[in-house]
Design a protein around this ligand. Structure first.
Ligand code: HEM
Length: 506
């Protein structure tokens, strides 16, 4: 029995559920894709489900993505959907704790720091950090004894080291060996689905989160003070340097505290997304030795000299690795780190008939004010109607000679080519595409190029120096975190040229 008032025919159908307030929270929370595909088969592309009293209206497919991600600021709001989760972690005055117009300008300031010049300096730093991590932190330079590595733990450490050495600056990298690491851990524990669903629980983790936010913010303020007073050098290519001294269009300066809070936001935005992507990438490569071999050949052809020595991996060279790019793209297709993107509906949102037609075939729907509208680009990225062998990890689908993936995307090119200036530079509106792991529209990711650089350099390091092996079965997916992570995926490494696996499970 469904405990609901009779449905208003102008509203999307409501997913059958047995417990009124709880709704479909369990099915959606444990496996969102299974739940969403099943609902789509039953209700069409637009339907509403209940989750802890909230009315969540899902709009699937490229047109569904467009409904929420291409929606007007007056109609859909990210701030109203996220601020209770993000403001206690990032701090006040930035991202979703300010009008959207200010966020757009903050993104512009961030973009100004993500220049090719900065990326040129980042590539060797990422390589050095990765080398140091393998050789010293993980002890691969000496026989480390029997060991296997859980991919997600391994990459969580490596991603924060490389991101802090580059984007965050050398003081933050140095701070990771001291108190900053603890603060980060406490902040991170405040960034979970529980915090999203229940913003004000009287739990110790909430108190620790609040203390850590203050401490982390003070940590950045101190870095800025020391730089300003000449007590430490300014690293001209990090984000602290890029953000300091900016002004909003109306002349209001970006304060040190704003910069500190934006730095926390940047750290959080890239940490789990990139750790998840590098983990899934390595796990797939470990399962597909032939693709790993092809990747090594691409790398060798680009970087090995005739005398056997190796050239450095530079920012420019990361853009000349078609297979590497395809490997990352394909991983993001199958494992979009953010499975659902939420917006709060501020004004009744009309669902175009073409989209509603998937449901009742005739009547246009309205998503009422007060609902959340949910985009799940991962559903169209895994849709067998768009992608042949959708559930097969096949990087070659992105390469020219096969080109299937590009063909699939091209069929939507009319909708994706529109250019819009949201205030942080011209971006492809791209809200009607079946492939958007970095989101689309005004809230689209600004970190995509950095993420590609970071992942390409780290993977190049591994491919050049190691063989890899998957231990046990390919992992299941953990949806109980904000970011889609592998659950118990283990790998082991062998230095190239050595005959024995130096690390084994036995
Ligand atoms: C926004 C994904 C890495 C900074 C987003 C969004 C997605 C996304 C899906 C849109 C969210 C929404 O519409 O609500 C990813 C993935 C990454 C990644 C898959 C890595 C593989 C990064 C990095 C940074 C970053 C490294 C920092 C340099 C941001 C920022 C936004 C954003 C500032 C804008 C939020 C907004 O406008 O509401 N990202 N991201 N991301 N991301 Fe990323």
């Amino acid at each position: 029995q469904q405990f609901l008032a009779p449905r208003d025919p102008s509203h999307p159908p409501v997913v059958l559920h047995y417990f009124p307030w709880f709704g479909s929270a369990y099915s959606y929370g444990t496996d969102p894709y299974k739940f969403l595909f099943k609902c789509r088969a039953k209700y069409g592309d637009v339907f509403t489900f209940i989750m802890f009293g909230r009315k969540m209206t899902v709009a699937l497919g490229p047109k569904g993505n467009n409904l929420s991600l291409g929606g007007k600021v007056s109609h859909v709001s990210a701030e109203d959907a996220y601020t209770h989760l993000t403001t206690p972690v990032f701090g006040k005055g930035v991202v979703y704790d300010c009008p959207n117009e200010m966020l757009m300008q903050q993104k512009k300031f961030i973009k100004h720091g993500l220049t090719p010049q900065a990326f040129q300096t980042y590539a060797p730093l990422i390589w050095q950090e990765t080398h140091q991590f393998f050789e010293q932190e993980k002890g691969f330079n000496v026989y480390p004894g029997p060991k296997s590595y859980e991919a997600i733990k391994f990459f969580s450490e490596l991603i924060i080291l490389t991101a802090s050495r580059t984007l965050q600056g050398k003081e933050v990298r140095a701070g990771l060996t001291s108190s900053a690491a603890k603060h980060f851990e406490h902040l991170d524990k405040g960034f979970t689905p529980i915090n999203f669903l229940f913003p004000n629980l009287p739990l110790p983790s909430y108190r620790k989160r609040d203390k850590a936010q203050k401490a982390m913010s003070d940590f950045y303020l101190e870095i800025m003070r020391k730089r300003r007073e000449g007590e430490s050098d300014v690293d001209e290519h990090d984000m602290i340097a890029a953000l300091t001294g900016n002004e909003y269009k109306d002349g209001t300066p970006l304060t040190d505290r704003d910069v500190a809070h934006m730095m926390i936001a940047i750290l959080m935005a890239g940490q789990h997304t990139s750790s998840a992507t590098s983990s899934w990438t390595l796990l797939h490569l470990a399962q597909k030795p032939l693709i790993f071999k092809a990747l090594f050949e691409e790398h060798r052809d680009l970087f090995q000299n005739e005398d056997g020595t190796w050239e450095d991996v530079t920012y420019e060279s990361t853009k000349e690795m078609p297979l590497m790019a395809a490997v990352i793209r394909e991983t993001l297709r199958m494992h979009a780190p953010i499975h659902s993107i939420y917006r709060k509906v501020l004004q009744d949102l009309e669902v175009p008939p073409a989209l509603a037609a998937g449901g009742n075939g005739s009547r246009p729907y309205v998503v009422p004010k007060g609902h959340f509208v949910v985009a799940a680009p991962g559903v169209s990225a895994m849709d067998p109607k768009v992608w042949p062998d959708a559930d097969k990890w096949d990087p070659f689908r992105w390469l020219e000679d096969k080109g299937m993936a590009q063909e699939a995307l091209d069929s939507y090119s009319g909708a994706t080519s529109e250019q819009i200036d949201y205030g942080f530079g011209q971006v492809s509106k791209g809200t009607e595409s079946p492939y958007m792991p970095f989101g689309a529209g005004r809230h689209r990711c600004v970190g995509e190029q950095f993420a590609y650089l970071q992942l390409s350099v780290i993977m190049s390091y591994i491919v050049r120096n190691y063989d890899i092996q998957l231990l046990g079965a390919f992992p299941q997916t953990n949806y109980n975190t904000m970011i889609v992570l592998p659950l118990n995926g283990y790998v082991t490494f062998k230095k190239r040229g050595q005959s024995k696996w130096i690390l084994s499970t036995k």
